[in-house]
Unconditional design. Structure first.
Ligand code: M6R
Length: 609
């Protein structure tokens, strides 16, 4: 949550920072602010509202002169969105300005101590203690003061810091919140994420926990928390600049939905060689795979739903028991992690706080961790024993689509690879599945080519719906979970997902006239059972929307409308049936006039617990 950008160089800082922040709004967008060193003073502009409000206030940055500055876009944790709670925060004599991403867990204790010393606080934020602590320790040595402050803070933080008496220096530090350093010909940057600086440079350094960076117009110096200088290796980001732009689409979400064929192809193709699946980055011998006794899949939100699909697919194909945990639960429930267990952490951002903590829990207990990650160089990618990257490219919309689809592809690759090595599927079945796996990108493309206007029409019928339920059996249940989350997070329609067979055990009491029930039927052996459940809800007034395989005419008879997806192997149907559900959510949200890319109360990267 929260996005940070900082700049020191030859150009005016404010317009560059606003440009960078516009690429980070997915991380939070309830308020924004800038601190610019004008050569004499540190000037602050900050306000509640979207970045546009700040941009208007500062005339696109032109009203703030100076080539050193820090910027912030906020997702409120401590203190409601307001002008005062916006970052940057500044000390009483305006000599130190700080932007922060993360949570200072012991801020109340620190605040009370500072209050006793006579410090006054303006905001309700946890961040303000950082600037006041810096004020109390700064005696002319910035690095020493920063290192001292770090010893006092519990929790997570990425900080950008500017001192009034240091017009030639920008400082930053991180612990458990992401921060990168970018170097271009005209200046140096700090940022929470790559898209913020992609227009300026691809040359970046990734800051590790506890590291401090000092940027001047000519130099970049890194230090560990003992203030010993350290060397870091510069990396080149491979992402294309256009990937972080809307490219003519009305929203990033729509663009990313349309990018799915390519994203899935890019994830699958490099791992298919000579009609076999080769996952080099797995670093597991055939012996290791044969000896697997259990797999834990741990993730949050949509990535958790991928884990649920993975459970059905891996258990059925490779016959390895799979347990799927929400990362926020896994870390606190003392899971039994024994020899022969593999933990898989799935995360688009690679920065989700709970998933990162789950990774550490597993590693601490001596279990190998495989990360399925989209953002190269992210915290989880760096800390996992092995990483299987999903090649979705930058995903900006808060509601995940293409990253989710590539994570599914990664699950299929793993399941089939494990199954082949363990001899739990025949060569013939493997070959057949491989053919179907290769066809998924084209099939997604055909749904997009032929389905968009139909989905727009269907969505227009459900814009006014108040409650919705998504049901399915087997992998269809896992697709239902994702369809339901997509709808609720961007259209704010109340929505829940249930295994179709579970309805009668309580949820059916909620069905009333006009309730939307989206029923998924892609598992031929379960058609009849789910059709019975559709009839049950329809006879209680529900409006049933069926999502099913081409040729299943029965489903159309018991539904108001039916969407057909191309036929594929039964393990892969989620990859196809989720596409109409993404489009449905998108067009319902657009129909309701909501800001699809920045849904209320949400942020893309959840770096707090
Ligand atoms: O970056 P991650 O994949 O770890 O994020 C996990 C969830 O926060 C994420 O999938 C979230 O549920 C999305 N908003 C869903 O669209």
């Amino acid at each position: 949550m929260c996005g940070i950008v900082g700049y020191i160089g030859k150009e005016q800082a404010a317009p560059l920072l606003l440009e960078g922040l516009s690429k980070l709004e997915y991380r939070g967008y309830d308020s924004a602010g800038l601190a610019i060193h004008n050569g004499t003073d540190v000037e602050i502009s900050k306000c509640k509202g979207r970045l546009k409000v700040l941009s208007d206030l500062t005339e696109g940055g032109a009203a703030m002169q100076g080539s050193l500055g820090i910027g912030h876009t906020r997702w409120a944790t401590h203190g409601a969105p307001s002008d005062t709670n916006s970052h940057p925060h500044i000390n009483a004599n305006s000599s130190i300005a700080v932007v922060h991403n993360g949570i200072i867990e012991n801020y109340l204790k620190i605040k009370n101590r500072l209050l006793e010393k006579g410090y006054e606080f303006q905001s309700q934020t946890d961040t303000e203690v950082v600037v006041q602590l810096l004020d109390s320790y700064y005696k002319g040595d910035a690095l020493a003061a920063i290192a001292k402050v770090m010893t006092k803070l519990d929790g997570s933080y990425a900080l950008g810091i500017v001192f009034k008496d240091r017009p030639e220096e920008l400082f930053a530090v991180r612990k458990d919140s992401p921060l990168i350093v970018g170097v271009s010909e005209t200046g140096k940057f700090i940022a929470s994420d790559v898209p913020a600086i992609l227009k300026q440079t691809r040359d970046v350094y990734y800051l590790e926990n506890g590291e401090i960076v000092r940027l001047t117009r000519n130099e970049v110096n890194f230090y560990n928390s003992d203030l010993e200088p350290i060397e870091k290796e510069m990396k080149t980001v491979q992402w294309d600049i256009s990937a972080a732009e809307k490219g003519g689409y009305k929203h990033f979400m729509l663009k990313e939905i349309h990018e799915q064929p390519k994203a899935v192809r890019d994830t699958i193709n490099p791992r298919i060689r000579n009609n076999d699946i080769v996952i080099d980055e797995l670093n597991m011998s055939e012996e290791d795979i044969k000896n697997l006794k259990k797999i834990f899949i741990v993730a949050c939100g949509s990535a958790y739903h991928v884990g649920m699909t993975g459970k059905y697919v891996i258990e059925d194909l490779a016959r390895i028991p799979v347990e799927v945990d929400m990362a926020s639960e896994f870390r606190y429930r003392n899971p039994i992690l024994e020899e022969g267990t593999l933990t898989i952490i799935i995360s688009q951002s690679g920065e989700t706080a709970d998933s990162l903590a789950a990774l550490r829990e597993a590693k601490e207990k001596g279990v190998k961790v495989l990360g399925i990650i989209n953002v190269v160089g992210s915290s989880i990618a760096r800390e996992a024993d092995n990483v299987m990257y999903t090649w979705a490219g930058p995903e900006i919309a808060v509601a995940t689509t293409k990253a989710y689809s590539t994570q599914l592809a990664a699950m299929y690759l793993l399941a089939m690879h494990f199954a082949k090595v363990r001899g739990t599927i025949s060569g013939e079945q493997f070959d057949h599945m491989l053919q179907d796996l290769r066809r998924i990108p084209d099939q997604i493309q055909s749904i997009l080519d032929n389905g968009v206007s139909k989905l727009q029409y269907i969505a227009s019928h459900y814009v006014a719906v108040k409650d919705s339920f998504f049901i399915g059996r087997g992998v269809d249940y896992t697709t239902a979970l994702e369809g339901s989350l997509k709808l609720k997070e961007i259209s704010y329609i109340h929505s829940e997902a249930f295994p179709a067979g579970e309805l009668k055990h309580g949820p059916i009491a909620l069905i009333e006239e006009g309730t939307l029930v989206a029923a998924l039927l892609t598992q031929e052996d379960l058609y009849k059972k789910t059709i019975s459940n559709m009839v049950e809800v329809q006879s209680r007034g529900a409006r049933v929307l069926a999502i099913t395989n081409e040729g299943n005419e029965e489903a159309a008879k018991v539904s108001e409308m039916a969407i057909y997806i191309p036929n594929t192997d039964k393990h892969f149907t989620t990859s196809l049936s989720v596409i109409p559900l993404q489009l449905l959510s998108y067009y319902v949200a657009v129909g309701k006039g909501f800001d699809v890319d920045k849904p209320r109360n949400l942020a893309k990267s959840v770096t707090v617990e």
